[in-house]
Design a protein around this ligand. Structure first.
Ligand SMILES: [Mg+2]
Length: 284
């Protein structure tokens, strides 16, 4: 894949915006566009301007606590007019993964996740089992949700130990909130993996599945870049998918962590608006 080795216009050597290097932007949400329900300064204006420049913007998130429609409404309320088809969640990736590998008619699943995730799985024809019935499910599917409890951990563990297929949305250990970093899907998943002695197949970032689904919505050709705030999910994922990467320092990653990490993004910016500022960013 072609990588731009420099940030200057090769014709007249004038400085370029980092945004000029790319046609398609796969942008993470939490920690990049907003934190919780608070938009990050300048993100709405930047995304609007990218689109006015003719760039394609697709949002890609590991967080399955909301549906693409829910995210599109949340973004639109922040001034970032977005269609549900422009949001790829780890639920979208789970559906894609299952549809490619299972005859969904008659497949049963025990889902540790939000009602939005459950609804999306029902829409493709999977029968959801609840309570004790979950122990005999064909699949155990784990996404993050705030009401996770011991009964769910137990049912999921017994089902996986009995041979159920084991799929997870992602392994993110924490996510940023105003209170600080709090447990995410990876923390819930770890408990079931430890108890069952089996490792799940994860389809969200940094795995390729979610990026392949996102890429399938983009026009053919053009340079695509992954923009995110996590080294182990966004940047590692971009690398796994053979895409360029930009780390944004508004979310989970601190400058010191970047210095210490083996995972190096192609570019580092302080916040999204630096995509459109001249030379106020570093090559990593
Ligand atoms: Mg993030």
């Amino acid at each position: 894949m072609r990588r731009n080795p420099c940030i200057f216009n090769p014709i007249d050597h004038t400085p370029m915006f980092i945004a000029d290097l790319f046609d398609n932007f796969l942008i993470d949400l939490d920690g990049v566009v907003y934190i919780g329900n608070s938009p990050i300064n300048g993100s709405a204006e930047t995304i609007t301007e990218l689109r006015e420049m003719g760039k394609k913007v697709v949002f890609i998130t590991n967080d399955p606590r909301n549906s693409p429609k829910g995210y599109s409404e949340k973004l639109s309320s922040m001034g970032i007019l977005t269609l549900p088809s422009e949001v790829i969640t780890s639920s979208t990736a789970i559906k894609h993964y299952i549809r490619e590998r299972c005859d969904v008619r008659g497949t049963t699943a025990f889902v540790v996740g939000t009602k939005e995730l459950k609804e999306e799985l029902k829409q493709i024809g999977i029968k959801l089992l609840t309570g004790e019935d979950g122990k005999s499910a064909d699949l155990v599917i784990v996404g993050g949700h705030a009401e996770f409890d011991y009964a769910e951990m137990k049912t999921a563990t017994i089902a996986v130990r009995s041979g159920a297929g084991f799929i997870s949305s992602n392994r993110d250990p924490v996510f940023p909130t105003k209170e600080g970093l709090v447990p995410a899907t990876g923390a819930i998943l770890a408990s079931i993996e430890v108890a069952s002695g089996k490792k799940s197949i994860s389809v969200g970032k940094p795995e390729r599945v979610i990026f392949d689904v996102a890429m399938s919505t983009l026009p053919e050709g053009g340079e695509t870049v992954v923009v995110g705030d996590r080294l182990d999910a966004d940047i590692m994922g971009g690398k796994n998918a053979n895409l360029s990467t930009i780390l944004v320092l508004t979310g989970s990653t601190l400058h010191q962590e970047l210095q210490d990490s083996q995972i190096k993004p192609d570019y580092v910016i302080g916040d999204l608006s630096e995509l459109l500022r001249e030379r106020e960013y570093d090559r990593a």
